[in-house]
Design a protein around this ligand. Structure first.
Ligand code: CMP
Length: 140
């Protein structure tokens, strides 16, 4: 298995409820290392560009509004098979389908306010990391 990096976002529903530490413990206990992290308020333009692949979906406008409704924590997670591993730790997109012990099962409020985002493939991970982080911010 290769060491990979993936982009993670702790979403506004989770920062609002002060869950950053509890979510980070799930990543670390699950074998991932947080190699970069910053708390920011996304602009509408940034959120629209980041989620551009979903532009035609009916939930796009609500998703963008939600993602700019409060601060988010942007992170790069590193580890063996980090992209798939992070998706296991997060659980299914819809918390109603998420397995016991996952972040979304424990913390998500709805399919929209689902506490975390994680990249879904190596190509998107590379793009999403580069969208938010400069190389100098990744210290390993
Ligand atoms: P995320 O992994 O951040 O990628 C896109 C997000 O759209 C997804 O998590 C959900 O929070 C959100 N979303 C809202 N409604 C839907 C839906 N019906 N199907 C899929 N994703 C949705």
């Amino acid at each position: 298995m290769a060491v990979e990096r993936t982009l993670s976002i702790i979403k506004p529903d989770a920062t609002r409820r002060n869950l950053t530490g509890k979510i980070n413990a799930k990543f670390e206990d699950g074998g991932l290392r947080i190699v970069a992290q910053k708390r920011v308020q996304l602009s509408k333009a940034q959120a629209e560009q980041f989620y551009g692949v979903h532009r035609e979906r009916p939930f796009f406008g609500d998703l963008v509004s939600f993602m700019i409704s409060g601060p988010v924590v942007l992170q790069v997670l590193e580890g063996e098979n980090a992209i798939a591993r992070n998706r296991e730790i997060m659980g299914a997109t819809n918390p109603a389908n998420a397995a016991e012990g996952t972040i979304r099962k424990e913390f998500a409020e709805s399919i929209e306010a689902n506490s975390v985002h994680g990249s879904d493939a190596p190509e998107t991970a590379a793009q999403e990391i580069a969208f938010f982080f400069a190389g100098i911010e990744l210290v390993g």
